[in-house]
Structure formats: structure tokens, C-alpha cells
Design a binder for this molecule. Structure first.
Ligand code: FES
Length: 103
């Protein structure tokens, strides 16, 4: 695991969801009321791009079939056994860093 810069804080005002690509891995990054969170960007249902979906409160909604995933736990709203990986995040100055597995 390594801390990796994935975005700038300016790109992520509260209520924002963006998709970030890093070394072939897609990450959904969102700001929930000032707290930045990062999730694996591939939906476990059929691979939809979670970072291109919508942020609804604490949940990231997949744009393909509207499954919701909690942005802090990664759990699907209707089946908690279905999860996306969530990554630790920290903000240093203007940099948003996530602790990602080594590529
Ligand atoms: S691919 Fe995400 S809900 Fe179907």
C-alpha cells in the first residue's frame, strides 16, 4: 500500500463525485459534507463506472443500474454482503491522497 495523490482539494467541493484513473485503476472520489472518500471505481454488479454516477447523501449511485454503495463502508444499500473496496484518504494542503494497493 502506498499513499498516492489522486486529486486536488479544489476539484472536490462538498457534494462532488469524480472519477480518477491511476495506473489503470479507476477510483470514485467524493466529498460528503467536507469529508473526502475514495472507493474502487468499478461497480461489482457489472463493472459500471461508479465515479461517473451520482452522489446522493452518503451513497454513490452507479450510473448503469442505479445500485447504491455507502461511500464510507462500500456496502450496497440493499445487500451489505456486496461491497466495493474503500481506500483510506487524507488531505495534505491541496492534495487528496489515497492509500492504494501497489499496482
Ligand atoms: S453495473 Fe453498477 S448497478 Fe449495474
Amino acid at each position: 500500500m502506498a499513499w498516492t495523490r489522486i486529486a486536488s482539494r479544489k476539484e472536490l467541493p462538498p457534494g462532488t463525485l469524480i472519477e480518477v484513473e491511476h495506473q489503470g485503476r479507476y477510483i470514485a472520489v467524493c466529498n460528503v459534507e467536507g469529508e473526502v472518500r475514495a472507493l474502487d471505481g468499478n461497480c461489482p454488479h457489472a463493472g459500471g463506472p461508479l465515479g461517473e454516477g451520482a452522489l446522493n447523501g452518503e451513497f454513490v449511485t452507479c450510473p448503469w443500474h442505479m445500485w447504491d454503495f455507502h461511500s464510507q463502508t462500500g456496502a450496497c444499500s440493499f445487500n451489505e454482503r456486496v461491497k466495493v473496496t474503500v481506500y483510506p484518504v487524507k488531505v495534505e494542503g491541496d492534495a487528496v491522497l489515497a492509500e492504494l494497493p501497489n499496482a
